[in-house]
Design a protein around this ligand. Sequence first.
Ligand code: UDP
Ligand code: MG
Length: 316
Amino acid sequence: MHLSIVVPCMNEEGAIAPLVDRLCAVIAPWAHKAEIILVDDGSTDGTWEAIEDVRLFHKIVVGVRLSTNRGHQIALTAGLHAAQGARILMLDADLQDPPELLADMMHMMDQGYDVVYGRRIERQGETLFKRATAAIFYRLLNALSDVDIPHNTGDFRLVNRTTLDAVLAMPERARFIRGMFAWVGFRQIGIEYTRAPRTNGETKYPLRKMLRFAMDAMTSFSTKPLRLATRLSFASLGVAGLMAAYVVRSLILFQTVPGWASVVLAVSFFSGVQLLTLGILGEYIGRLYMEAKNRPLYFVQDELRETPPAKLRESA
Ligand code: UDP
Ligand code: MG
C-alpha cells in the first residue's frame, strides 16, 4: 500500500459522501495503491451507515467503528493503527483542510522530508474567540514546553512510515498528536494554506473539549507548571516579608488595632496560591493515575475492508 488517508469522524453523516468524492479525485494518481480510512468515533447519527453506503461504490474505503466516543485524538490514533500505507495523510472530515494539497505534499516528501505539515495562514469562518484563544494557547504551550510545536498547525499532515511508527510507539493516552509528531523529530517542513470554513454540520469541539485538549497538551509536554509552586512560594514569602515589616512598624507606632484589611488580604492571597498549586498538582496526579491504569486506548466494534490487514493475513 502506498498511501493511506485517515479521517476521524464523529457525527459527520452529511460530510462522508462529499469527503470521499473529493478525496477520490485527489488521489487518482495513486488510487490503485491507496486506502481511505474513516474512523467512526462513536457517532450517534448515521455516520456509520454513511460509511457503509460509500463503500458500495468505493472499495478503497476502510471503515473502522469504535465501540464508543473516545475523542478526536484517540479516533485519529485508531485510524493510524489501521493504516497500512508507506505514506499517511491525516485530515478532518469537514474538509476545512484542502486535500488538493496532497500532490504538493507528496512532491515535498519525494525531496526527502519525513513530515509535511499544513500551516494555516488564514482561518475562514472561525470566530474571533477561537482564533484568539488558539493564538494564546500556542504561545503559552511553546513558552512552557521544550518541544517547538509549530504555531497554527492542526492534524493536517502527510507523514511517512518511519515517523508514524515512532509516534505509534508512544503509548500515552493523553494524546496531543500534533505535539507528538513535533517531538519525534526527523525532517519536517510546513506547507501554507488557507483554512476553509466547515462544509457541513457544526464544530465537534465545544469549549469544554477545547480546554481539556489544551490541558492535555500542556501537561504532556511540560512539567514547568509543577515548578510554578516553588516560584509562587518565593513570591508569597516576599509578600509575607513585607507584611512582617508593616506589622513591626505598626507595633512601633502603637497602631496595633487597625489592620484587618492586611490580615484578610494575606489570608486570601495565600489561600489562593495554595489552591492554585494544589490544582496544578491535581492535574498531573489525575493524569498519572489514568496513565498508570494503562487501559487500551479504544476498542474496535466493526472493521470493514476489502482485504484483511497484513497482520491478520499472515496468521490466517
Ligand atoms: N472528531 C472526532 N471525535 C470527537 C470530536 C471530533 O472524531 O470527539 C472529529 C470530527 O468529526 C472532525 C475532526 O475530529 O473530523 C475535527 O473536529 P472539528 O472539525 O469539529 O474541530 P474544529 O475544526 O472545529 O476544531
Ligand atoms: Mg473542523
